[in-house]
Design a protein around this ligand. Structure first.
Ligand code: SF4
Length: 429
């Protein structure tokens, strides 16, 4: 493992944070390195070491060989939201939104929902944490309930994760008003508005936040970091990660808890056994929404998965893209098409994918509106095969239509799923 740690100044939503240290400074694990100028989060050192370089985007630290467990504590003694802000906590499920802002919501007796859905295939670090250490998440829900004036807490989790469900059930105390909502194994059940619909029975508009249904949703790792911040005054210095793919150690997902933020992708792949020969690409994130990355890229507070894939298969015929709001976006589909040597001749969006606040949002995540019309349009525009990023239900619908038109279907997750011998995203079982 190399000793260089790279901490990006922009770790989530908001602008880059502003460094308050300089090259040559000695730092400890937990030393405050940078503060946000507006929306954003405090950035702390994840290791003991010396600041090697500061650029516009990044603070590089040469880590010491000796890394004690002790850390520099945050100094704040204010409200729970203040402590969470000081600790630099943002949504660690991938969203990266500052958690203190969510906790400042007055839910007026509403509900905190812990997102343990871990919807992306192959990622397993959230479920491992729920299984092995449910207490820390449970206490995080209680702290969040107190901060946001909520009367109820709910863990949303897929029913298939029976061991994690039982583990969490075992720590529930009746007077705390915390329960479990078990969800189906479909993509994108982990999307916030899908969770609100499934758990609270309310379909929010694309521009509405869960608070419109009296809820705040926080990822389970985020909740565990809230517990650490409140009880130990610990800032965010590490991240839980899944590494999977074309590895010498086999095809099973490997999970790593508390990896220092800023660790390189190559170090994590080495920790997981190393890449097995030639590969197609390295993905940061999950198969549906991850992006291709490089071996020297660092993990951030929002990183979840690192995937080494097999080489790409070649596309047959001219490609039509069908873009989903919850899966790979058009840019990512075009990138995959290029890697498959595919010639893109037309692009359509699922009709439920609408623009909202500068991004695509699904009007009813995971409930297919029917894709026949879009497929016919793509065919008319010259597409001979389809590259899609649709949810489980919509992919099922595509598979009811495209084969009858003799149009081969590729899904944005195919090269990942083939790498580990996982069933492809196609027809619902
Ligand atoms: S309904 Fe359409 S936009 Fe919504 S999740 Fe499914 S494919 Fe994506």
């Amino acid at each position: 493992m190399n000793n260089t740690i790279k901490l990006l100044l922009k770790q989530g939503i908001g602008g880059p944070s502003e460094p308050i240290v300089k090259a040559g400074d000695a730092v400890k694990k937990g030393t405050l390195l940078a503060v946000p100028k507006g929306l954003g989060s405090n950035l702390h050192s994840s290791v003991y070491g010396t600041i090697a370089e500061i650029t516009e985007n990044c603070i590089t630290i040469q880590a010491d060989d000796n890394q004690p467990d002790e850390f520099e504590k945050i100094s704040c003694n204010g409200s729970i939201a203040d402590i969470v802000k000081e600790a630099g906590i943002i949504g660690m499920g991938g969203a990266g939104f500052p958690s203190n802002v969510k906790l400042e919501t007055d839910l007026n007796g509403g509900v905190i929902i812990a997102n343990g859905v871990e919807c992306e295939p192959l990622l397993k670090h959230n479920i491992r944490q729920i299984t092995e250490n449910p207490e820390v998440i449970y206490r995080g829900i209680l702290y969040a309930m107190k901060a946001a004036n909520a009367k109820r807490g709910i863990l949303a989790i897929k029913r298939k994760n029976a061991e994690a469900v039982n583990s969490f059930k075992a720590v529930i105390k009746p007077h705390d008003n915390i329960e479990i909502a078990e969800l189906e194994d479909l993509y994108p059940m982990g999307e916030e508005r899908a969770i609100v619909r499934e758990v609270l029975g309310e379909l929010l508009k694309t521009d509405q936040l869960p608070s419109a249904a009296g809820a705040v949703i926080l990822n389970v790792e985020t909740l565990s970091r809230i517990t650490e911040a409140v009880e130990l005054h610990k800032p965010i210095v590490s991240k839980n990660i899944t590494v999977v793919g074309k590895l010498k150690s086999g095809k099973d997902s490997k999970t790593f808890l508390d990896v220092p933020i800023g660790t390189s992708v190559s170090s994590l792949i080495e920790m997981a056994g190393g890449i097995d020969g030639e590969y197609g690409e390295i993905i940061m994130g999950g198969p549906f929404t991850g992006h291709s990355t490089t071996l020297d890229s660092p993990i951030t507070k929002t990183s979840g998965g690192i995937i080494a894939t097999m080489e790409f298969l070649k596309a047959k015929g001219k490609l039509g893209l069908l873009v989903c709001a919850c899966g790979a976006n058009e840019g990512r589909l075009r990138e995959i098409a290029e890697k498959m040597n595919g010639d893109v001749v037309a692009v359509e969006r699922c009709k439920q994918a609408v623009e909202s606040r500068g991004a695509l949002k699904c009007e009813n995540p995971g409930n297919c509106p029917g894709q026949a019309e879009k497929i016919m349009k793509l065919k008319k525009a010259g597409a001979e095969s389809l590259l899609i990023s649709n949810c489980s239900d919509c992919t099922n619908t595509v598979m009811c239509v495209a084969p009858k038109l003799k149009m081969p279907v590729y899904h944005c997750t195919d090269h990942v799923m083939r790498t580990v011998g996982h069933r492809l995203i196609r027809r619902l079982p």
